[in-house]
Ligand binder design. Structure first.
Ligand SMILES: [Zn+2]
Ligand SMILES: [Zn+2]
Length: 352
């Protein structure tokens, strides 16, 4: 190893590898096959192989702090769904100040730089070529030669989720352990909230299936626009209420009288901290249903879950005390949403 750059502030191990290649004039694939032959596959997510790679780099560069750089590939072993490993997004204005690519730039929900309020890019704004590993090494587009930091910047509003990621990671230099604990906590909450909101937005636009697997083919601006829509719904209770309301109404008008149709896809997130405000509004809507939905119904089992009641208690109560209110049908008991308020109040009175 000829040149051994020092790790820099907030840099990920991947970023350090790019700079190592840059300083030594290596192509990424050459370095990758060198590492595979001598140490371990460069993109392995196995912990012992990651450790061998770090040890090797530490030994060859003689910089002890290489061991403290955040290794995104190791995190991808356990948190793949949170990270976008198919691309590296960068803020061109940040690159003007520092060559470092921080680990949090790999997070899927980070799409706008919180410092510069500009869209992250993963393609050349001049010729649309995907920015490759070798582009990062050269700091320039492989097709047209445009310097990375000279790409055109698109100024826009920081969405709620990019903003939160920025607040969590940009200001404090993290080590692996604290980065990982943020992934388990804050990032999980952000993702839960986004999943619920995506589901609402998709129902709003009458698309029934999640198409999140396609995200690697989506452009960052498309992802941002979806995320901004989710932000706008989530940040204002009235907008959130109106969005849920119009989902219910639209489905109702399309012949879906069972509110379970909306609740089913978001129910797995019921107890996640990031999504509580959304479920609060949903509960409120179930108790005070909008006008014009007189046939709207809900399963009593759903109500038990939604209101955090013990399994079976409300079904038993409804069957024994308020059976006239139950809709006669096969399967589990249903009632009109306009009767939910009465059922829940009666149930609570008796419990007290
Ligand atoms: Zn920036
Ligand atoms: Zn280009």
């Amino acid at each position: 190893m000829l040149t051994r750059p020092h790790p820099i502030h907030n840099e990920s191990l991947q970023s350090y590898i790019y700079r190592l290649c840059r300083r030594n004039g290596w192509h990424y694939d050459a370095f990758k096959s060198h590492m595979s032959k001598l140490v371990a596959p460069l993109h392995s997510t196995k912990k012992n192989q990651r450790q061998s790679i770090v040890n090797y780099l530490q030994d060859k560069t003689k910089h002890e702090n290489v061991a403290h750089l955040i290794d995104v590939w190791q995190l991808a072993g356990n948190y793949r769904s949170s990270l976008d490993m198919a691309r590296v997004k960068v803020c061109t204005s940040c690159l003007k100040n520092s060559e470092a690519i921080p680990a949090y730039w790999y997070l899927k929900s980070y799409l706008v730089c919180g410092t510069h309020k500009q869209l992250m890019i993963d393609t050349c704004t001049n010729c649309d070529t995907q920015i490759s590993h070798d582009s990062y090494i050269a700091m320039a587009c492989k097709t047209c030669g445009l310097q990375l930091q000279d790409n055109e910047s698109t100024k826009l509003q920081v969405d709620r989720f990019s903003g939160r990621v920025h607040n969590i990671f940009a200001l404090i230099n993290k080590d692996m352990a604290s980065f990982e604990s943020n992934l388990k906590g804050d990032i999980k909450a952000i993702e839960s909230e986004l999943s619920v909101l995506h589901s609402i937005v998709e129902l709003l636009s009458k698309k029934s299936k999640h198409k999140r697997d396609n995200r690697r083919f989506s452009s960052i601006i498309d992802l941002y626009q979806k995320q901004l829509k989710c932000s706008q719904i989530s940040e204002n209770e009235n907008v959130l209420r109106a969005a849920l309301w119009s989902v219910i109404k639209e489905l109702y008008e399309g012949g879906h009288y069972d509110i379970g149709y909306i609740i089913t896809p978001i129910m797995p997130y019921l107890n996640d901290p990031g999504s509580q405000h959304i479920f609060d509004v949903l509960r409120d809507l179930v108790i005070n249903p909008p006008e014009g939905t007189s046939e709207l119904r809900v399963g009593v089992k759903w109500l038990e879950k939604l209101f955090g009641l013990e399994k079976g208690v409300l079904v038993f109560f409804a069957k024994t005390q308020l059976s006239d209110y139950l809709i006669k049908s096969q399967g589990s008991p249903n009632l009109l949403v306009s009767h939910v308020d009465y059922l829940i109040n009666r149930f609570r009175l008796i419990k007290i």
